[in-house]
Design a protein around this ligand. Structure first.
Ligand SMILES: [Zn+2]
Length: 265
């Protein structure tokens, strides 16, 4: 990547060179081709992810997806700008667990619309949402926000991983619906923030094969009700950093494809 990226501070060791708004100056943003630039907003949550993964697990995954997607888009000539992640959002499934901090769905929708208005006022035209938090209340608020962004005249890409065709490209555990703080999510955290995983605990946790998507279908709306008293679903002990790196590649492909309207559009 040439041009404005050459002035950004070095990213963390091992992470690819991408343009993060938090690291830029206003003059560097002024000099971007703002009409062509895709502004990527990672969206996660601060919520319980078992006794072994950090509360910010979905933020870690969303930022990884944003970064991998931006690398792909930049390689195909599409400039990207990654915003700091949104952390506070509805998380009613996890609200019974200490450390989960949430807000009402309307707040999230309105906040994203305000961000869109602010960006549009500076001449940005393209937004992509890299989301890793799959609580239905959060997803509903995101879809309403996207409708509002489109109404503002912005071009919006939001690959909802719970909808076709996107989720079918992810791992078997993800597709089973037993995928909260299990193998799928644990693998990505091991790939990006291994020092934040309680390894001894993780390796000793028995699998919890209860499907959250099936529980949602039954009208259950908390982890406890769904059969996850420790706030995890899936197989935490089976997680590996190698699988996490593969998953991040796929998440990056999904985001890039949603932006370019490519495969499976
Ligand atoms: Zn999660």
């Amino acid at each position: 990547m040439a041009g404005p990226t050459s002035d950004i501070p070095s990213p963390a060791p091992g992470s690819p060179r991408v343009r993060r708004a938090a690291e830029l100056t206003w003059t560097e943003v002024r000099d971007l081709d703002r009409e062509a630039t895709v502004v990527v907003l990672p969206t996660g949550a601060l919520e319980a992810h078992g006794p072994h993964l950090p509360l910010s697990t979905d933020v870690i995954i969303a930022e990884g997806m944003a970064e991998a997607g931006a690398v792909r888009l930049e390689a195909s000539g599409v400039p990207c700008l990654i915003l700091p992640a949104l952390v506070y959002t509805p998380a009613p499934f996890a609200s019974g667990f200490p450390g989960t901090v949430e807000c009402r769905p309307e707040i999230l929708t309105e906040l994203i619309l305000e961000i869109g208005r602010s960006l549009a006022g500076q001449g940005f035209r393209r937004v992509a949402i890299a989301n890793a938090h799959l609580d239905p209340a959060h997803l509903g608020a995101l879809h309403r926000a996207c409708d509002g962004l489109v109404a503002l005249g912005l071009e919006v890409a939001f690959p909802d991983l719970t909808r076709r065709p996107w989720g079918s490209r992810l791992t078997d555990e993800f597709k089973s619906g037993a995928c909260h703080a299990g193998r799928y999510e644990g693998s990505v955290v091991l790939a990006r923030r291994p020092e934040w995983v309680r390894e001894e605990l993780r390796r000793g946790l028995p699998p919890n094969p209860v499907s959250l998507s099936a529980a949602i279908g039954r009208g259950q709306d908390t982890f406890e009700e769904a059969g996850g008293p420790d706030a995890y679903f899936g197989d935490p002990a089976a997680a590996t950093a190698e699988e996490g790196r593969r998953t991040l590649e796929v998440l990056g492909d999904i985001l890039a494809d949603a932006v370019t309207g490519g495969a499976d559009g």
